[in-house]
Every structure is written in C-alpha cells, then in structure tokens.
Write a protein that binds this ligand. Structure first.
Ligand SMILES: *[C@@H]1O[C@H](CO)[C@@H](O)[C@H](O)[C@H]1NC(C)=O
Ligand SMILES: *[C@@H]1O[C@H](CO)[C@@H](O)[C@H](O)[C@H]1NC(C)=O
Ligand SMILES: *[C@@H]1O[C@H](CO)[C@@H](O)[C@H](O)[C@H]1NC(C)=O
Length: 550
C-alpha cells in the first residue's frame, strides 16, 4: 500500500479548518459555526456586533504580538495562553515558573476528603516497551524528510518516567460510582468530555498539560508514571474517562474503565509531537468505602497490529503542516504489586507496628476472598464503555470473518469500512465518519435492518492468513483507496458498491454558511452527509438485487 500520508486530503483540510478556532482571521470554522447558531437561536444582531468588535481587537493584539515576538516566539506564547486572550495569567505562566524555579505548586487534592494518614497504601509498577519505530509507515523510506528534532521526544522515551510509586488507597475513591449508579452494568463519565460544537477541537500547539482538578488529579498522576506530560483530555473526540461496574459484592466493586488521553513528547524548542494511544483501559477492585484496593491495572491494549496515532507539527502556527503516522506500542502498563496494605498496624497489646520498616519477620496479610453477588462479563462491560464513547457502535461492528458468516446466515449484505487507521481509536481517518454519519439515527436504523457491519485495517487484510478469507480480503483491497473506503459486499465477498471517504466528503462538502449543520448535535438538522450515506447504502441494496436475480 502506498500510504504516504497525504496532508491535503479533504479530511485533513477539514480538520485543520476545525482547528482554526484560534485563528483570528475571518472565515475560521468556529466563527462560522457561531454565526449559524446565533442566527438559528434568534439572538439579536447586537450580539454579533459586539463579537465583531472583540474580534477586531483580538486581531490588532495578535498583530502586535507577532511584531514583538516573531512567529516562533508567538507560538511558544500561544502554547501557554490557554484561553487565547493574548494575555498570560499567573495560572497560564505556571509551567514556565515551575521550569525556572524547579518548584511545582501543590496540586489540588480532591474536594473535601483529606487522605487518612493511617490509611492503606497501594504500590503501582509501570512497565513499558517503547514504540516499534519500524512499525511506522514513515520507516519504510527511512524517515525521509522527517527532521531529527521532530522524533527526538519519541526516540528518547524508552522507559516509564516513574517505574514504581505508592498511592494512598483512598485516592482511588474517584473510581467509585456516583450516587444512584451503584448497579452492575451502570456506566458513567468519570471525566466528562468537554468537546462539543462550541469548543471544536483543542489546539495542537501546547506543551504543558493544564493543571488537573478534582477527579482528574489521580488520572493525571497515574499517566504521569509513563511520561511527564500527559494530557488527560485529548485534543479530539472521543475525550474523557468512562467507567462501568462489572461486578459487585457486599463490600466490593470491580470497576472497568477506559481513558482517552495523550502525551506531548516534545518540549520547547522542538515543535509539538502528540502521541495518542488508541485507548487506555483497565480495572480496579476496591472496597465500597475506598479504604482498600484489592487490584489495579491500566494498560494500552496491544492486541491489534497498530495502536498509537502520532501527529507532529512542522512550524510555528496552529495551521502549520502536520505529519501523521501510526505505529505499534507493545506494552504500556500499570499494575498493583499486590492489594493495598495498612502502613500502621496495632497489635493486641495496643503497640503500633510499622508494617514496612519494622525489623524482624515481614508481616503477612491474609485477604478475604471476594464473592461477587452479581456480575457481567468483562467483554460486556467493555462494550458498554465503548457505546458510551461511540454512539455509532449501537450497531455491532463485527470482525471481518464473523461479519461474512453472519451476513450469509441472516441473508444480509456486509457494510464494510476499510481504513488505514482504526475506526474506534483516535486515528484521524475514522474521526470524520464516526462523528457525523455513522452515529446518525437514520443510518443506524438502516444498518441495523439490512446490513451486518464490519471495519478492518488495510494492514490486517493484507496479512490475512486464513485461505477461506484471503479471497474476500483481496476483493476488498482491490477497491481500496487511501485513506478510507466504504464498501457494500455480498456474503460471498463480491463488492457491489463502494465509495471513497475523500470523495464522499467532497460530495457532502457544504457551503461555509451551512457548516454548523455538519454536527448532528441535536438531530434537528438533516445534514447532507447523512442523506448521502443513506443513498450510498440504498444503492448498495439495489445493486445487490441485480446480482441475486441474475
Ligand atoms: C483485544 O482484546 C480485547 C479484550 O480482551 C477484545 O475484546 C478484542 O476483541 C481483542 N481484539 C482483537 C483484534 O483481537
Ligand atoms: C436493531 O433492530 C432490533 C430488532 O429489530 C431492535 O431490537 C434494536 O433496538 C435495533 N437497534 C438499533 C440500534 O436500532
Ligand atoms: C457471488 O454471488 C454472485 C451472485 O450469486 C455471483 O454473481 C458472484 O460471482 C459470486 N462471487 C464470488 C466471488 O463467488
């Protein structure tokens, strides 16, 4: 596959357009979105007048800033200016202060509950096998044209920043379900996504994560064991952390979770390099009062051939050229060394024994066995997390082989998506699709009724070993063009219809003043991409009829 990354695909351009929220020039996506919405909401034109005045003030300040700092300097300044008002508040200046003084300000310990000094302690160990550089597409031509400084953060990150760390068990209370969510199967946002039509995407030109607050503090500390600059809120959707109760007993919960976060591997003076694992997932077994943690594990799944999306900038502005690539990270994992244990124990005579530093025999703890009174399988819990992140998964997406079996059994067609990066991870190739058409309810209904859905990575089909499937894989690949192809296939593998995602996006590209409608946030807009996708599926159904009646 000639998968040199084409930075000028419509997808990429659209996305850069979305990123343009910071750009003060007229015609950025954000402005257009606002315009449409304000008109839709019937807000008086006065509001637009004020907005226009503010924008021209901002534009003036921007020009002054470029004069004072130059583009490179302004780039660094903007990476700190998180609210984009062209002024640095003390909070925004913090990363620099910390760098220069070497002193970090104390983090906000969560809410009201202070950690009990006599509480239990959990020890976590971090393990890592660095990204395999030769799994990256760019390695095929020896990273031709990729500057050394771009990859420096990646090349030098070969082991966890903090191999082992102890935590008060009570800090893990952030994994407890909120009020009213204590049943097996209940799912909730532990760190809610803040991305929506108003925020668009978060900017690329940042080096330092924002100060974590509340429940974010623990997640930030955990991911900091891997690398010092975790951004627990990824720039692109899906963003945030979702948890689900897999099992419960009288005293314990088993909570399964999934985190969409990323790392900034480069620091000034190099340009940003974003390292975005497909997801972090894991589980925690903890007592209902969070005084005891029996087990904790967090990892990046590595059972797919590619599991990390990487993006790096080649210039000092938000609209600079960006390179993208994907690769394989064999291991990134945190695991508890054992259950949490009390640091202080009182013996029968009331003497305090330090369980870790006391001389003599090490103390053996015996833990009661946990009998789950109700539970669901891990797969089911993971599925619930997935559907919370991706409404498009309300219809199942089966693996390639299963999809054809099911389609044959149910006399349906296969709706198949073939992509360069995975549809359900952070890769940009799937984003445009799943954030719009695939989760719209008319498309979901039609897929549910007449198709069996599946998505595959190009690389997985290229390496298909199973002889019964290699013919079907070949027929798929024959119709593939970069980056994403949508196909309709008969159960025997014949492709009856297909459309390339770039072509599809060109077809559905809207006039700028309509752009607010691309986001199916209310379902009230019948957006053109939904109707185009419906037509594509219906054409597939029609064409399949011709085959069958031959
Ligand atoms: C990877 O592992 C997860 C969890 O065990 C499983 O649900 C998923 O189907 C696996 N994926 C592949 C491609 O094997
Ligand atoms: C799919 O169809 C089944 C049976 O017709 C129905 O029970 C289910 O709710 C549908 N799911 C979606 C996501 O439309
Ligand atoms: C699949 O079936 C259709 C219609 O029955 C037929 O025209 C086509 O050649 C078959 N394709 C393969 C790959 O067997």
């Amino acid at each position: 596959m000639a998968a040199d990354v084409d930075k000028r695909t419509p997808e990429r351009e659209r996305r850069n357009g979305h990123n343009g929220q910071k750009s003060p020039g007229p015609g950025s996506w954000f402005r257009r979105g606002m315009w449409t919405l304000l008109v839709v909401c019937g807000v008086p034109l006065v509001a637009l007048g004020i907005k226009h005045y503010q924008d021209s003030q901002l534009l003036k300040r921007h020009e002054e800033a470029v004069r004072a700092l130059g583009t490179e300097g302004l780039f660094l300044f903007s990476s700190l200016d998180t609210d984009h008002d062209l002024h640095l508040s003390p909070e925004e200046f913090k990363p620099i202060a910390e760098k220069l003084t070497g002193i970090s300000a104390p983090v906000d310990v969560e809410e009201d509950v202070a950690d009990d000094p006599n509480g239990e302690t959990l020890v976590l160990e971090a393990k890592m096998q660095p990204l395999l550089l030769d799994s990256m597409t760019k390695s095929r031509d020896g990273f031709l044209g990729v500057s050394h400084s771009s990859l420096s953060g990646l090349r030098s990150w070969t082991s966890p920043a903090v191999p082992s760390s102890s935590f008060p068990a009570s800090q893990f209370r952030v994994f407890l379900p909120p009020k009213g969510r204590g049943e097996v199967g209940d799912t909730w946002w532990l760190i809610p996504s803040e991305l929506n039509i108003f925020t668009g995407y978060l900017p690329n030109n940042r080096y330092h994560p924002p100060t974590p607050r509340g429940k974010e503090v623990l997640i930030h500390s955990l991911l900091s064991m891997f690398h010092p600059r975790p951004f627990i809120k990824s720039r692109f959707a899906p963003q945030g952390t979702v948890a689900c109760i897999r099992a419960k007993s009288d005293f314990y919960y088993d909570v399964v979770f999934r985190i969409h976060a990323e790392f900034q591997l480069n620091d000034v003076p190099n340009f940003p390099f974003w390292f975005t694992p497909g997801q972090f997932t894991g589980n925690i077994v903890l007592s209902k009062d969070a005084s005891h943690v029996r087990h904790f594990r967090l990892h990046v799944p590595s059972n797919r051939s590619l599991n990390v999306d990487m993006e790096w900038l080649y210039g000092a502005s938000e609209s600079s050229n960006m390179e993208v690539d994907i690769g394989y990270l064999p291991q990134l994992e945190l695991q508890s060394t054992g259950p949490s244990t009390p640091s202080v124990i009182v013996d029968e005579e009331g003497n305090v024994i330090d369980s870790r530093h006391g001389g003599g025999e090490p103390i053996q703890f015996v833990f009661e066995e946990i009998h789950w009174t109700s539970e669901i399988s891990e797969e089911e819990a993971l599925r619930r997390l997935e559907v919370t992140f991706y409404p498009f998964k309300k219809v199942p997406y089966l693996p390639f082989a299963e999809a054809f079996e099911r389609a044959a059994a149910e006399k349906k067609l296969v709706h198949s998506i073939l992509l360069w990066g995975a549809l359900d991870d952070q890769s940009w190739s799937g984003r445009t699709l799943r954030e719009t058409v695939l989760e719209s309810s008319p498309v979901l209904a039609l897929l549910n009724q007449s198709f069996v859905s599946s998505w595959s990575l190009v690389r997985e089909l290229e390496n298909m070993q199973n002889p019964a499937l290699s013919e079907k894989a070949r027929l798929h690949l024959e119709k593939y063009s970069f980056p994403v192809e949508m196909l309709v296939a008969l159960p025997n593998g014949t492709i009856v219809h297909h459309i390339n995602a770039n072509y599809f996006l060109d077809q559905t590209a809207m006039k700028p003043e309509d752009e607010g409608a691309t986001f199916s946030f209310s379902g009230a807009f019948e957006d053109p991409s939904t109707s185009t996708y419906i037509s594509f599926l219906k054409e597939g159904l029609e064409k399949a009829k011709d085959y069958v009646s031959q």
